[in-house]
Design a protein around this ligand. Structure first.
Ligand SMILES: Nc1ncnc2c1ncn2[C@@H]1O[C@H](COP(=O)(O)OP(=O)(O)O)[C@@H](O)[C@H]1O
Ligand SMILES: [Mg+2]
Length: 368
C-alpha cells in the first residue's frame, strides 16, 4: 500500500518535471524538445510495469493531456506540421496499454506459478507427515503385538506362579523362626525368602505388563509427582553415594494424566539411572516447558549404553543385569505413549545417559 503511493508520487513528479522542461524551454531549441518528448516513455513504461494495463493506460492518457496543450498552443497546432507530435501521443497510449497488458499477464502467470508451488509444497509436507505417522503406528503395532502375546503368556504364568510362591514364602517364614540368627540354616532360609521376594517382583512386573490397564486421566502436577518420587528414592541414592537432584522450577506443570502410572514410569527411569551410576556419580532430573508441553530429562553420568544395545533397551525382557527383568523401560514407554507423550534416550558409553520425556499440554487448556 505504502509502496504504491510512493510509486504514484514518483510517476506524478516525473511527468510534472518533464512537462515543466517542455513548457519552459524556448521553442527555438527544438532538438531539446525532441529529447524531452521521449522522456515521457519512462513514466509510462514504469506505470505499466508497476500497475498493469490500467496503470499504463492511465499514465499515457495523463501524459497526452499534459502534452497536448503544448502542441496546440506553443507549436501552433497545425496538423500537417505537427503530425509527428500527434503520432507521438498515439505511441504513448499504445506503449502504455501494450506494456501494461504484457506486464499484467506476466504477473498473473508468476502468481499462478507461485500458488502451484505452494500447493505442491503443502501436499508434499502432508504426505511426509502422513508417512511418518504410518511408520510410527506400524512400529507401535509391531511392539504391541509382541507385548500382547508375551503379556498373555505372562499373565497366565504369573497367576500360576504367584500362589505357590506365597506358600513357599509363608512356610519359609515359619521355618526361619525355628533357627536362630547365626545358624547357617537361618541364613539359607533368609536367602530363600529374599529370592521369593524377587520372584514376586518379576511376576508383578509381568502382570502389570499383561494387564492393559487403561490410564485414568486426572489433573495432575508433574512437579508433585517428581517430588514424591524424590522422597521415595533419595535413601537408595544416598546409600549408593549418588547425588540425586531435581530442578523443577515453580510451575506445578499441570497435565491430564494418571499420576500413579507416571510415578511408576519415572521411578523405572530413575532406578535404571541409579543402578548405572557409580559411587560419587550424579543423577539430575530437570523439568521444563516449551510451547507444546513439558519436558522431563533424567541425566546420569553412569556407564552409558553401547549404540548396538540402545535399540534394544525398550524390548520387553531385554536386560543386561543379572537380576533385571528387562520390563522397566517397556512398561515405561507404554505408560508415556498412553499419555500421548514421547520418550527419547541419548547415551554415550562411559559418559552417561539422558532419558527425555515429552508430555503434551492438556488439549484446550493453557496452549495459547
Ligand atoms: N540410565 C541407564 N544407563 C545405562 N543403561 C541403562 C540405563 N537405563 C536402561 N539401561 C539399560 O537398559 C536395559 C533395560 O532396562 P529396563 O527395561 O529398565 O530393564 P532392567 O532394569 O530390568 O534391566 C538395562 O538392563 C540396561 O542395560
Ligand atoms: Mg529397570
Amino acid at each position: 500500500m505504502k509502496q504504491s503511493f510512493i510509486r504514484i508520487g514518483l510517476l506524478g513528479l516525473s511527468i510534472l518535471g518533464i512537462s515543466l522542461l517542455h513548457y519552459l524551454t524556448p521553442l527555438h531549441l527544438h532538438y531539446l524538445h525532441d529529447i524531452f518528448q521521449r522522456f515521457y516513455y519512462l513514466p509510462i513504461i514504469l506505470a505499466a510495469l508497476w500497475f498493469g494495463f490500467r496503470g499504463g493506460l492511465t499514465c499515457s492518457l495523463l501524459v497526452s493531456i499534459v502534452y497536448a496543450p503544448h502542441i496546440l498552443f506553443q507549436w501552433g497546432g497545425q496538423l500537417t506540421v505537427e503530425m509527428e507530435k500527434y503520432l507521438e501521443i498515439v505511441m504513448y497510449n499504445i506503449v502504455g496499454s501494450v506494456t501494461g497488458l504484457l506486464a499484467q499477464r506476466e504477473r498473473e502467470r508468476s502468481l499462478e506459478l507461485q500458488r502451484t508451488a505452494e500447493g505442491l509444497e503443502e501436499s508434499c509436507n502432508k504426505l511426509q507427515a502422513q508417512s511418518e505417522r504410518i511408520i510410527a503406528i506400524e512400529e507401535q503395532l509391531r511392539r504391541s503385538e509382541k507385548l500382547s502375546t508375551l503379556g498373555e503368556m505372562a499373565a497366565v504364568l504369573a497367576h500360576e506362579i504367584r500362589n505357590p510362591l506365597g506358600s513357599i514364602r509363608g512356610t519359609a517364614e515359619i521355618l526361619r523362626d525355628d533357627y536362630r540368627p547365626g545358624d547357617p540354616k537361618h541364613e539359607f532360609i533368609e536367602i530363600q525368602i529374599k529370592e521369593t521376594e524377587r520372584l514376586n517382583h518379576v511376576v508383578e512386573d509381568f502382570l502389570r505388563m499383561a494387564r492393559q490397564q487403561p490410564v485414568e486421566l486426572r489433573d495432575c502436577s508433574l512437579r508433585e509427582e517428581l517430588e514424591t518420587i524424590m522422597t521415595l528414592v533419595s535413601r537408595d541414592a544416598h546409600e549408593r553415594g549418588v547425588a540425586l537432584s531435581l530442578e523443577a522450577g515453580t510451575d506445578p506443570a499441570m497435565i491430564r494424566g494418571d499420576g500413579e502410572k507416571l510415578r511408576q514410569a519415572f521411578l523405572n527411569i530413575i532406578l535404571n539411572a541409579l543402578q548405572a551410576t557409580p559411587t560419587s556419580g550424579s543423577v539430575e532430573i530437570v523439568l521444563d516447558r516449551d510451547e507444546t508441553g513439558f519436558g522431563i530429562h533424567f541425566r546420569d553420568n553412569g556407564s552409558g549404553i553401547a549404540a548396538d544395545n540402545l535399540q534394544r533397551i525398550f524390548e520387553p525382557f531385554y536386560t543386561t543385569k543379572t537380576d533385571g527383568t528387562g520390563l522397566g523401560l517397556a512398561v515405561t514407554r507404554k505408560i508415556i505413549e498412553a499419555h500421548d507423550g514421547k520418550m527419547d534416550i541419548e547415551s554415550k558409553p562411559g559418559q552417561g545417559t539422558t532419558v527425555s520425556i515429552h508430555l503434551p499440554l492438556p488439549t484446550g487448556g493453557t496452549e495459547s
